[in-house]
Design a protein around this ligand. Structure first.
Ligand SMILES: [Zn+2]
Length: 342
């Protein structure tokens, strides 16, 4: 570790391209993101917390798979992507810009501009129409989370919804439509996000995708037995395809029976350490799931993001390693998707 840099860890933190790969936005309406407000993420908190970039998700809840619900889900995703794009502006002394490539994200950091990276959470938003994926990409979306809670037409979820009539498995992993969606996402340069999918869906997606898959927000099953977390074989599969797991700040995924007030930055870092030891630091990253369930003591909101860097420094990670965890690895995977698109 460079002692001169580590002597000012806050300066070190603020120099990093820090990217949080999963943040939810309010819908249908919410407070002005340019004003400090009640949410865990707004642009003043990002600025204050030295969080340079965020993937903002157009999240669509799973509902019964009727044509009407699928049409409504698509319209909602489009509306949310438009709202995310509208965050790319200048107001109250803060400048934010929509950044849809790795280079655009890096340019935002160089220019001191907050980077807004759009994403879509839940393949239910495309219903049965693959052409809708290009519409999402056209609005800047860089990843699609294949499912949320509940199976959809693309894949089985790790959390079946009995209220929607889900059995434990429906497709045995990916459906034929889900396989076609992965090919189309590859073609469009969008990442395949396997947070929320079943174990079989995840392993099949790893095999099938021409680009490394990502879990944008999950944790380690060995440390906390939750269906949303990845076991060792899944971690190994991620490593084998060059993918990444973005350890997330959800208390219940970090510690058995964990609550926001009983989980700390140390618990979060334990999951990072485990993944780094198991599959190598180039396959691990950081996410919050803020405003979608994330937040704990020490990282309640984007304004406290430096606490993650401080804990990683305490554990002996150097600047280069922390930069990889905080965004370098995710940008690498985005670049590969860009290179292999088309
Ligand atoms: Zn989620």
């Amino acid at each position: 570790m460079n002692d001169a840099i580590a002597s000012d860890p806050i300066a070190l933190h603020r120099g990093l391209l820090t990217l949080d790969t999963h943040i939810d936005i309010p819908w249908p309406t919410g407070p002005d993101p340019f004003l400090e407000g009640p949410r865990r993420v707004d642009l003043p908190k990002m600025h204050r917390g030295g969080l340079a970039a965020g993937c903002f998700a157009a999240y669509v809840p799973q509902a019964a798979r009727t044509p009407e619900n699928e049409a409504a889900a698509f319209e909602r995703a489009i509306g949310m992507l438009q709202a995310i794009r509208a965050m790319g502006r200048s107001e109250n002394g803060i400048v934010a810009r929509v950044a849809v490539t790795a280079e655009e994200i890096a340019a935002c950091k160089r220019e001191g501009v907050l980077a807004i990276v759009p994403a879509v959470e839940n393949g239910f938003a495309m219903g049965h129409d693959l052409s809708r994926l290009a519409r999402f990409r056209g609005l800047g979306a860089r990843y699609l989370t294949l499912t949320h809670n509940g199976h959809n037409a693309l894949a089985d979820s790790c959390n079946p919804r009995t209220d929607l009539g889900n059995a434990l498995t429906e497709h045995g992993g990916l459906s034929p439509l889900g396989r076609a969606a992965i090919a189309e996402l590859n073609r469009l340069g969008m990442l395949i996000d396997v947070a929320h999918v079943s174990r079989d869906s995840m392993l099949q997606a790893a095999d099938l995708s021409r680009t490394p898959i990502v879990s944008t927000h999950s944790c380690i099953r060995t440390l906390c037995d939750n269906a949303r977390n990845m076991d060792d074989a899944q971690l190994d599969a991620l490593r084998d395809v060059g993918g990444i797991i973005q350890i997330t700040a959800v208390a219940a995924f970090l510690k058995q029976d964990g609550k926001p007030d009983t989980v700390t930055v140390a618990d979060f870092a334990d999951h990072v350490d485990y993944a780094v030891r198991r599959i190598g630091i180039e396959h691990v990253g950081i996410s919050s799931d803020f405003d979608g369930g994330g937040g704990f003591t020490g990282w309640h909101n984007a304004g406290e993001s430096a606490n993650i860097t401080l804990e990683l420094l305490r554990r002996g990670y150097d600047r280069q390693e922390i930069a990889a965890l905080w965004g370098g690895n995710f940008l690498r995977v985005l670049r590969i998707a860009e290179e292999r698109a088309g």
